[in-house]
Write a protein that binds this ligand. Structure first.
Ligand SMILES: Cc1cc2nc3c(=O)[nH]c(=O)nc-3n(C[C@H](O)[C@H](O)[C@H](O)COP(=O)(O)O)c2cc1C
Length: 214
């Protein structure tokens, strides 16, 4: 039987989506699935970290209004036939990130039209509007949108929010035994979530092999 083929289209700004995807892909490949990846590359990415609070606030406002971030052209093989496409990236101000929005505008119909799509979301805590936006757009292109795979930062509020802002400003406290780090061990997803991502990859591989309509 020919191998099932999955395309992963992703954008990752602070490497959280990418880190989870590595594990997810390991799970898929260990289940005998052939995986291709397409990283969305903005022509003019945001600086990291943001150099001032004003620059961060402007980025937050722009992303709230779903400002597109123009991406470089996609590789030709993206337009092929796939058993399933994973569309992965972070939530930005409740919405998909600028590069993913640009992908949907310019390539969404040709790459995703009529295919099975699984959104893969990395966020601090809010993902539903992000998912609905993706779903609404993809359904217009005739895609079959399946249950999303979602990972939230595991830390408690308000530390999770404060930690995100400090990370985006490059001001995370370095001392591991500091008062803050005691409450917020580190930015982003945990090792345990990496393991969960791998399990999700294995589960998808089994479903695809069984010709399951994802
Ligand atoms: C400009 C910007 C806006 C964000 N807005 C949200 C948001 O509205 N809701 C949320 O849960 N996380 C938000 N986040 C946090 C990211 O979704 C989160 O840190 C994610 O894990 C980053 O993934 P990445 O490293 O793959 O880019 C935002 C991050 C940035 C940079």
């Amino acid at each position: 039987m020919p191998k099932k083929r999955v395309l992963i289209v992703y954008y990752s700004y602070t490497q959280q989506t990418k880190t989870l995807l590595k594990k997810f892909i390991y799970g898929l490949e260990s289940g005998g699935v052939e995986v291709s990846q397409e990283r969305l590359e903005p022509l003019n990415p945001y600086e990291f970290p943001f150099r001032s609070n004003i620059r961060l606030a402007i980025a937050m406002a722009m992303t709230f209004f779903q400002k597109r971030m123009t991406i470089k052209p996609l590789a030709a093989n993206c337009f092929g036939t796939w058993d399933c496409i994973i569309l992965a990236g972070p939530t930005w101000s409740y919405h998909p990130s600028g590069p993913v929005l640009d992908f949907l505008d310019r390539y969404g119909r040709d790459v995703c039209g009529g295919k099975k799509i699984i959104p893969f979301i990395s966020c601090r805590s809010y993902w539903r509007l992000h998912y609905w936006t993706l779903k609404r757009r993809l359904v217009l292109y005739g895609s079959e949108v399946n249950k999303p795979i979602v990972f939230l930062h595991p830390q408690k509020e308000p530390w999770r929010f404060i930690g995100l802002i400090l990370q985006l400003r490059g001001k995370m406290m370095r001392r591991e035994n500091s008062w803050f780090r005691h409450r917020y061990p580190g930015y982003g997803h945990s090792k345990r979530q990496g393991g969960e991502a791998m399990e999700e990859g294995k589960k998808l591989a089994i479903k695809l092999r069984g010709d399951w309509c994802v």
